[in-house]
Design a protein around this ligand. Sequence first.
Ligand code: PLP
Length: 414
Amino acid sequence: MYKINENYLKLQDNYLFSTIAKKLEEYKSKNPDKEIIKMGIGDVTRPISPSIIEAMHKAVDEMKNKDTFRGYGPEQGYSFLREKISKCDYKARGINIEEDEIFVSDGAKCDVANILDILGNENKVAITDPVYPVYLDTNVMIGTAGNFNKEKGTYDNIVYVPIKAENNFVPELPKEKVNIIYLCLPNNPTGTVLNKEELKRWVDYAKDNEALILFDSAYERYITEANIPHSIYEISGAKEVAIEFRSFSKTAGFTGIRCAYTVVPKELKAKTSSGEYVLLNKLWNRRMSTKFNGVSYITQRAAESVYSESGQREIKENIDYYMENAKIIREGLKKSGFVVYGGINAPYIWLKVPEGLTSWEFFDKLLEKKQIVGTPGVGFGPSGEGYFRLTAFGTRENTIKAMERISINTQELK
Ligand code: PLP
């Protein structure tokens, strides 16, 4: 009999979104006349802006002409896009990232998962808790996570680094030695960030311990405050210890179009078991050339147009729209007596559920009493218990309406 990767059997069913959907359906069937406001979604809702649509149309037209038709493209991405990324996302910020350190892909989710191809399964991995669930599950899949401990709700071989109100959402350096660290900043789900000094401590830790930081900055465009790093490479020495993942999904509304990129600096060197140094850039390049066909030409032209003057203006308008929603949610919740975090540098608002309630109990109350759907914090990791995520990706009208509903008879939620 053939064998399967039995690590997959160690994955915990992610009941989070299916349970939410089930509860919602049940509620709807019992209350067909009630209007429900969805604030649980982590997907953008604003349509693609005109400059991007125009660039795509133009690229489609090129495909019908024999002189401009494109077949297989470079697996690492077209130079026209990598050059723009290097110039606008890095060099403009004083960071020297070259074109050949940038790898264009169809998603940060895929890259965050696929990077484990070149890292293998013998690392001690640290993951902040709560966090985007893909980091944990992909480590379970390759066997680094160990067994699941039902009582604790954690995997035996993963080092969980809590981020919660008690530590001001600043993760403490692990007490035990780890060699891979996932950092998601601005954070999904908490919406919180680290300043340069706080992030530097992690870069220094990685240097001192020969560890690698996997830095997911999918939400960097949502940062509004100064002194919050958009890229880990703003911290000196980070090019020797960090890979950075970025995406056009939340930046430019590409969740359906699909385009992202990963930066693997040439300073990154890993040591083999026989003590030789190898460049991670070379390994990732090989991995992409072998297992990936590149992102479509049309999509890359769309991504390129994001960097045009009009493209930048248009994506900013959309981000500003979401961030105004975030402000309305933050202020609305505060006025109603809730303790809130995030929402200033990210489209996520993380609220403390009222004393004595679990995050799922709060979910039920919010649905039943206010017809609002959000996401229970515990679904993002054990330290998310007692918290709840609302997203700013809805319409302005619904965001305002939701805060009004919460402000009237707020005690029903406590
Ligand atoms: N990283 C984080 C932290 C996310 O929250 C998400 C999507 O929700 C992604 C990555 C996925 O990005 P992409 O759409 O490029 O795969």
